[in-house]
Ligand binder design. Structure first.
Ligand code: FAD
Length: 449
């Protein structure tokens, strides 16, 4: 695998265990030979089997026979498609691709169903200690979640530049108020509504990219620093990972949709790449934990972890940026807006924690996805303010003439985010502070005719 000749997978999902891995049933029976016999099924495994490599090695979540119920009984195994026999030859390991999924997008990658042990000859090797599998898998999953965010940003960025090219060359209509039909039509980027759609895309992708880079910096700090600092960046990563996964994934889809919209009918056709990006990007809010699961992880675990320490560190980081922004006249208004939204976020969080204590987890977490959305908008506003500080510093230092348009563009996009996106938190806060429990009270049978 290190030589890049074999490929690896993360094999978690089963027909009856997707979001809830507690319920996996793939089983491992110990032998005296140093390996376990594996039996079960996995579904939706990315690159689970193909002939581009000689072997595929699955890192698989499995329960050892007799293990305790729930996540505490899950272990991690290496289960290769082919194993090495006593003569050093690669031989089949009774792992069969029993189905291939036909997908909306992401078609460069085969996603397969795997059957292990149909012939009672599938061997697996335990990784680490028994029953600690989910913990080990999360080491990889946290990195993979930031990777999913990065992938979503990459696609949305490609879509943004493709749509920008189009809007600069496609001419249609005239400027508002120009009634003379003899005047030439203008490029559509001249229309305010097209500029709005383009600003939206840039605000999403450059804001989200900034967050993912911030998280990558924290990963490095966590690795190289010691003591309290190590813990600090670990906790910051804990609380920001659900945002780094879900904000680019959800907003990347809307961003690509807006990019496609800029192309009108052409956007819907495969002469342009937007329709493919639109299909490909839809997976991001689903895999590596759906957006709903990220919301519950953020509110139910990360915000309350260690008496809210991660949440406080997050607030401190933003307050530092607000302090830095206050030094620049151009940024003071944005800094004040973010400060008051941050206060609202703290109020909402406190309100929800009180609900958790008084009314239990179902009501507490009913709108966790909306809380995640609120948190995400605040986080990206922070990242835009950080960029604003960097821009103003460069402008004060006499930025080169060739960079002026770039910096002006950055400042307009910052303005856009604070004028169009940040106010969305007002509606979210209203809902999150509301005592109407309708989604809990609504009954499944009421959805019938
Ligand atoms: C293209 C693709 C590639 C994939 N690659 C891999 C891979 O390489 N390895 C792997 O192991 N898996 C992979 N998956 C599987 C993926 O991780 C799962 O599909 C995902 O975790 C969701 O599980 P599920 O499909 O069973 O949906 P479900 O868990 O059934 O969820 C359905 C819906 O119900 C919601 N929901 C579920 N439980 C709750 C709850 N308790 N509270 C509130 N809402 C809830 C979810 O948020 C979701 O909206 C892949 C899937 C796809 C489509």
């Amino acid at each position: 695998m290190r030589a890049g000749e074999w490929q690896g997978t993360m094999a978690l999902t089963e027909p009856e265990a997707g979001s809830s891995l507690t319920d996996i049933t793939t089983m491992a029976v110990p032998t005296d030979e140093g390996y376990y016999r594996i039996k079960g099924q996995k579904i939706f495994i990315s690159a689970g089997d193909h002939d581009g490599v000689d072997n595929v090695v699955h890192l698989m979540l499995v329960k050892i026979e007799g293990a305790p119920a729930g996540v505490k009984g899950i272990s991690l195994f290496v289960v290769p498609k082919k194993r090495i026999d006593d003569n050093g030859n690669l031989v089949p390991n009774d792992v069969v691709a029993s189905g291939v999924y036909h997908k909306l997008g992401y078609r460069g990658c085969p996603i397969v169903q795997l059957s292990m042990g149909d012939k009672d000859d599938c061997r697996g090797w335990l990784v680490g200690e028994p029953h600690n599998g989910l913990k080990y898998m999360f080491q990889m999953m946290n990195e993979a979640r930031i990777g999913v965010g990065m992938g979503a940003i990459a696609m949305a960025t490609a879509a943004y530049y493709a749509s920008l090219d189009y809007t600069k060359s496609r001419t249609q209509g005239r400027k508002m108020g120009q009634k003379d039909p003899n005047l030439p039509p203008v490029p559509i980027i001249e229309h305010a509504d097209v500029k709005r759609m383009s600003l939206f895309q840039r605000a999403v992708i450059e804001g989200a990219l900034s967050l993912v880079m911030q998280c990558s910096k924290y990963v490095d700090f966590q690795k190289v620093l010691g003591g309290e600092d190590k813990e600090k960046y670990h906790l910051l990563l804990e609380i920001l990972t659900p945002i780094a996964k879900s904000y680019p994934s959800e907003m990347g889809n809307i961003s690509i949709s807006q990019g496609l919209q800029c192309l009108g009918g052409s956007g819907y056709c495969d002469d342009y790449p937007l329709e493919q990006y639109y299909r490909d990007c839809r997976i991001h809010p689903i895999h590596e934990g759906t957006t709903g699961i990220q919301g519950m992880d953020l509110l139910g675990r990360k915000v309350v972890v260690k008496n809210g320490q991660a949440f406080l560190l997050f607030i401190n980081e933003i307050e530092d940026t607000i302090g830095a922004a206050h030094k620049y006249n151009e940024l003071r208004g944005f800094a004040n807006d973010l400060n008051s939204t941050l206060t609202t976020l703290q109020d909402v969080t406190q309100h929800l924690i009180t609900i958790a204590q008084q009314q239990g987890p179902e009501i507490f977490l009913a709108d966790a996805t909306l809380y995640l959305e609120f948190f995400g908008i605040v986080t990206i506003a922070w990242q835009w303010l950080l960029q604003g500080v960097a821009v103003q510093r460069e402008l004060d230092n006499g930025a080169k003439k060739a960079d002026q348009n770039f910096y002006q563009g950055k400042m307009f996009t910052l303005r856009y985010f604070f004028a169009y996106e940040l106010p969305k938190t007002l509606g979210l806060a209203k809902r999150l502070l509301d005592d109407d429990r309708m989604t809990v009270e609504m009954r499944a049978e009421y959805f019938n005719d």
